[in-house]
Ligand binder design. Structure first.
Ligand code: ATP
Length: 238
């Protein structure tokens, strides 16, 4: 069995008095693509933010590379290779594509390596090369999603957390983004993917988790969940 990169145990996260995540256990192994699905408000984004140090946990623990990361901030975790692409992408609208990619390497100081990696990003995302001097805010939603992924990859993550990369995109762009997620995975990056598009997310996942009202209700191989009648009824409109 591959090394466990991420191990979440009994995670609880609250916003004031509201308990959004109520005791979540999850694991992500090296080389896996794990999908986390669930309806709106289930607590998926909150779980991802707690994992990446953007929200404090009330209880439980998160281990990354075998060590607890409780209390560590997002900055330190990015440096250690645990990186999230947030819902809504959050690119720097008034900076160019190239500048956004450079920002993604803010934890690094190897200038030559950074330059090579920008070139790599342009090879992975040819659309970004065509627009490298364009302001990010003027790009389409799908292009901004590619840029957000490229920017995250610039920090050379071991584990990439993607929060709803297909959200708000046209059907053609949704196809393209799932293709790109598959390409990034093939590069050897371990991925934890949160998606509303449960069918696509489970099709490409080694394993999946289903979250409802702050807890994990089902887990198993992506293929198994995809054919589970409860998942099909709740998330695939059958
Ligand atoms: P979605 O797909 O809609 O993003 P989600 O599964 O990612 O849903 P979360 O965004 O994690 O769900 O939200 C879980 C719960 O926490 C929801 O009930 C939500 O209203 C609440 N919540 C999220 N952010 C905040 C906040 N900043 N303050 C208060 N409550 C919040």
């Amino acid at each position: 069995m591959a090394e466990i990169l991420l191990k979440v145990s009994g995670l609880r996260v609250a916003y004031g008095g509201i308990q959004a995540v109520k005791g979540v256990d999850m694991e992500v192994h090296e080389g896996e693509l794990v999908s986390l699905i669930g309806s709106n408000g289930a607590g998926k984004t909150t779980t991802m933010k707690a994992i990446t140090g953007l929200l404090p946990m009330n209880d439980g623990d998160i281990e990354y590379l075998g060590r607890s990361i409780k209390g560590k901030g997002a900055w330190d975790l990015v440096r250690e290779g645990l990186v999230m692409v947030p819902e809504g992408r959050g690119v720097f609208a008034r900076m160019t594509i190239t500048e956004n990619l450079q920002m993604g390497a803010y934890t690094r100081d190897d200038q030559a390596g950074i330059k090579d990696d920008i070139e790599r990003m342009f090879n992975i995302f040819p659309r970004l090369r065509e627009r490298k001097d364009q302001l990010a805010g003027t790009m389409s939603g799908g292009e901004q999603q590619m840029l957000a992924m490229g920017r995250a990859l610039m920090s050379r993550p071991k584990v990439l957390l993607l929060d709803e990369p297909s959200m708000g995109l046209s059907p053609i762009m949704v196809d393209k983004i799932f293709e790109v997620v598959g390409d990034v995975y093939k590069l050897g990056v371990t991925i934890l993917l949160v998606e509303q598009n449960a069918s696509r997310a489970l099709q490409m996942a080694n394993r999946g988790y289903v979250m409802e009202s702050g807890i994990i209700t089902m887990t198993g191989p992506g293929e198994t969940l995809l054919h589970d009648p409860r998942v099909r009824a709740a998330y695939l409109g059958e």
